[in-house]
Design a protein around this ligand. Structure first.
Ligand SMILES: Nc1nc2c(ncn2[C@@H]2O[C@H](COP(=O)(O)OP(=O)(O)OP(=O)(O)O)[C@@H](O)[C@H]2O)c(=O)[nH]1
Ligand SMILES: [Zn+2]
Length: 303
């Protein structure tokens, strides 16, 4: 599923054409009644029936959604309608690319932390993509994320993208970042046909890029997909547990055996302080764990 918009689903269908050459086309579909209220999102693998020629004014039907390997939800505070529900937006992604400018706009570590927790929760890898390196050096931000073991790449407009391409090749990556960080600049550089591909999808669904707030999947020339998420600044965290965050710090788990029951690992009675002080783990790791845990407790970053 490469785009979803107001009940119209754009699917990429690959068929074995003549001379075993693989042929692919975009097919517009609607949801078959038997799927009921089950949602379909970008990244979903689906089965479709009916008219799958993809010709103008044809409409296929999605009859089945395959089991998902991961699911990212838009955070409730990100949606215009403030009903507090975290809606699924991307399925089956295997990498979350956090696009952050080194300056203009300045980096927002709290937002980066929130996205990292969402990635831990969804069990997908994350990659820090630091843009606008012509405006500021990356050292300070890199130092903040080094203890977390998050890989990073540094890019600038018109510059080399080889390293980033290596991280993206063959994978399904979701790009997320605040407005103005250079996400569109990046997408256009990575996918030479990005504008055309997006307008083609929108021609099928009848919407323009900037009116659409839904995610769109774009295929990379070197294989793999990037999924742009316009208007999405962070992902839902309300359901993320202490255990989920802790599980991403396997080096610290052992130190929690003496914690009081239900310890949030933030208060004075937490056993991790003594355990780390005894030299069992890096204090920077504990500090990072606590930074991420406190995000769940705190209110979302104000705009
Ligand atoms: N100095 C500098 N400016 C950049 C760089 N990359 C992008 N810009 C500029 O930053 C501005 C925002 O870039 P966009 O690519 O539109 O950012 P975006 O994240 O897509 O923003 P939205 O479209 O609002 O979501 C534009 O004026 C770009 O020309 C960079 O590496 N260095
Ligand atoms: Zn504890």
């Amino acid at each position: 599923m490469v785009a979803v918009d107001r009940g119209r689903y754009t699917c990429l269908v690959e068929t074995a054409g003549r001379k075993k050459k693989r042929e692919r086309q975009l097919v517009t579909a609607m949801k078959a009644r038997e799927l009921g209220r089950k949602g379909i999102v970008v990244g979903d693998r689906v089965a479709i029936v009916g008219d799958v020629t993809g010709q103008a004014d044809t409409l296929a039907r999605v009859v089945r959604v395959e089991p998902r390997t991961s699911m990212l939800r838009r955070s409730a505070d990100d949606t215009e309608d403030t009903d507090g529900i975290e809606r699924p937006i991307v399925a089956n992604a295997d990498q979350l690319v956090i696009v952050t400018a080194l300056a203009d706009p300045p980096p927002r570590p709290r937002m980066i932390d929130r996205i990292l927790v969402a990635a831990f929760d969804a069990e997908i890898d994350s990659l820090l993509c630091l843009t606008k390196s012509d405006l500021a050096p990356p050292a300070e931000l890199v130092a903040l994320y080094e203890p977390l073991g998050v890989p990073f790449v540094v890019v600038q407009k018109g510059g080399e993208l080889e390293e980033l391409r290596e991280h993206l090749a063959g994978r399904i990556s979701v790009l997320v970042g605040h407005s103005g960080v250079g996400k569109s600049t990046l997408v256009n550089a990575l996918v030479p046909d990005a504008n055309r591909a997006v307008s083609h999808v929108n021609a099928v669904t009848g919407r323009g890029r900037h009116t659409s707030s839904s995610a769109v999947a774009l295929e990379l020339p070197e294989g793999g997909w990037i999924i742009d998420t316009p208007g999405v600044r962070s992902f839902g965290l309300a359901h993320v547990s202490v255990e989920t965050v802790l599980a991403s710090f396997p080096d610290l788990v052992e130190g929690t055996v003496d914690c009081p029951k239900g310890c949030n690992h933030l208060d004075e009675d937490c056993a991790l302080d003594a355990w780390v002080a005894a030299g069992h783990a890096d204090p920077a790791r504990l500090a990072s764990l606590r930074r991420l845990l406190s995000i769940r407790e705190g209110s979302p970053e104000p705009e």
